[in-house]
Ligand binder design. Sequence first.
Ligand code: 1HN
Length: 357
Amino acid sequence: MSGGTVASQTQADREEFQADLAADNLQPLWDIVGRIAARAPSRGGVPIHWPWGGLRDHAMRAGNLITAEEAERRVLVLENPSFAGEGRATSSLYAGIQLILPGEIAPSHKHTASALRLIMEGEGAYTAVDGERVVMSPGDFVVTPSNTFHDHGNETDAPVMWLDGLDVFVVNLLNAPFGEEYPESAQPISRPDGYSLERFGRGMLPHGFVRSEARSPLFWWPYHHTRAALDGMRREEQADPSLGLRMDYIDPTSGQSPFKTMTASMSLFPAGYRGVPYRAISGAVMTVVEGAGTVRVGDETWHVTKNDVFVVPSWNWHSFTAEEDLVIFGFSDEVLQRHLGFWREERDAAAQIGIRA
Ligand code: 1HN
């Protein structure tokens, strides 16, 4: 016997066989294996850049057409053209620009999906999580852990906008979504504004505190703290050749990302920085918090400035160049990929030793 062809085999026989299989809910693996078990990642979406001017204009236009109450959340979803109609920014991440106008409330609800926010414009709107409000400023990072009631309100006289990130597609992959409206638009508040930062954000824990696996008790990371941490790092450390000076947000009671599904970080690229190309298996959504520079992702090159949003899909080479001090917020599925044992990253070794420009 040799491993040759099967005798007396025609295309028609195969097609008939395939039809018979399909009728019994079966598929020949040899036809679909390339689709279901690829040799390398290629379905992370395309690199894409949304300049802030357009995002802001569209968001303000939405503000004239629908209320936050009516919309429940007035959000423009950042959709990767690779996933048209699906609302995905990357294969696993959801991102959107949320606008809340003066006097509005985005009504309280909860759901399985976890959410993160990075404030882009406007000072003084609040988000309420589990009986506590935080009053937010640009650059602040706020999280809504899985299954916690949350509502947002703007009692100021200016619009407030932020970047939302959610793990809805991970939840949906596992068919695990549940959700519930709170009976009133705003949940009752039982603690002073920002109290969780006092209790959990100072390197101490209330005596006897019992950690819940499911959620970070800290849910607000003010930008002035983040920026001070990056400035300290800059004084004392060498920037990573690809990642600049990067700090990751953590749940202080676990030392890990506040989510099991998403990693969030803030990176400083000092003026004049020229990064070495890097790629990782985690797809990411990023936004410029301060400064300006150039971002290369795959075959794309963008000049980026404050509040621009862009997608770095999984396994795409990318690099950063800073004209002036450039601060970039990013979130990705890194923590999940690491937990699953899928993590991979690479640096362009040739560029690192100066063979390539
Ligand atoms: C959600 O609850 C918010 O709470 C924003 O602000 C975006 C997208 C999908 C599902 C739930 C919010 C969302 C969302």
